[in-house]
Design a protein around this ligand. Structure first.
Ligand SMILES: C[S@@+](CC[C@H](N)C(=O)[O-])C[C@H]1O[C@@H](n2cnc3c(N)ncnc32)[C@H](O)[C@@H]1O
Length: 269
């Protein structure tokens, strides 16, 4: 079958079909468009059919491909980790600003695929990154990404701060689960395929965030920062929570679509 026929017959979005076929043939999408009459042979033919069927059945494109690009990195992903989001790239930008003004020891809480820790370390090799997750499978994915990228991060299995003793950092950054367990969005798009433990922040959606805000001061040096990603309608609640805990210089930032999606504060006891 030719490239054009395969793409036309796949019962999925045409661009996604092109992305899947380009990935299998290890060519650019532009090449496919210019070589519509190219004959696709086995095993690529069967692999493409399998991938297109998985996509048709609702498997997220990133899981079918096995990767997602995040800032300058190509990160391996699987069903044990959240698919890294563009919004989180802004959180990394903010973390890098903190590193540039002196934060050296950085903790990524709930690292998933390792996205935040790996991007910070890749872009600022002088920083010392520690990343934790409660999911052994997520840590395995993050460590595999670190190995293939040649990036050094300390990976630890921990329920938030529980296994971290009295260690302290200059910067704590986290994209924790922040969706309410009753939120209808959990049944939409890619979310049903992603791990609940990466998405759901209790009944209110704020339980993980509140836990992190409560305990972070025990692990921040004076002057250290906490940066949190959150839902588009949670900035006020996260700000209030940080203010009540005694954080200062609290501010929220917007993502590429103009939504206030991250809030940070400085710990000055
Ligand atoms: C929203 S995902 C973020 C993943 C990654 N940091 C990113 O931005 O793509 C939240 C992560 O927090 C982890 N997590 C959830 N509850 C946790 C807990 N109690 N302790 C440690 N990690 C937890 C999940 O396993 C998941 O990997």
């Amino acid at each position: 079958m030719t490239v054009r026929e395969l793409i036309q017959q796949a019962r999925i979005d045409r661009v996604e079909a092109e992305i899947l076929l380009a990935d299998i043939l290890e060519v650019e999408r532009a090449w496919l468009i210019a070589h519509g009459e190219h004959l696709v042979a086995e095993p690529a033919l069967t692999l493409f059919t399998d991938h297109a069927t998985a996509r048709q059945n609702g498997e997220p494109l990133a899981y079918v491909l096995g990767y997602r690009d995040f800032r300058s990195l190509r990160l391996g992903v699987n069903r044990h980790v959240l698919i890294p989001r563009r919004e989180t790239e802004h959180l990394v930008e903010w973390a890098i600003e903190c590193i540039d003004v002196g934060a050296k020891r950085v903790l990524d809480l709930g690292t998933g695929s390792g996205a935040i820790a790996l991007a910070c370390k890749a872009e600022r090799p002088g920083a010392m990154l520690t990343a934790i997750d409660c999911s052994v499978e997520a840590l395995a994915c993050a460590e595999a990404n670190a190995r293939s990228l040649g990036v050094q991060v300390e990976w630890l299995e921990s329920h938030w701060f529980e296994q971290l003793g009295a260690a302290q950092w200059d910067l704590v950054v986290s994209n924790p689960p922040y969706i309410s367990a009753s939120d209808a969005h959990l049944r939409q798009g890619d979310l049903p395929a992603e791990p609940d433990s990466a998405l759901i922040g209790g009944q209110t959606g704020l339980e993980s965030i509140e836990h992190i805000v409560e305990h972070t001061p025990d692990h921040l040096v004076p002057g250290g920062w906490l940066l949190l990603e959150h839902g588009f309608d949670q900035a006020d609640a996260v700000t209030a929570s940080m203010r009540d805990r005694g954080f200062q210089h609290i501010r929220s930032r917007r993502d590429w679509s103009g939504q206030p999606r991250m809030t940070g504060g400085q710990w000055q006891p």
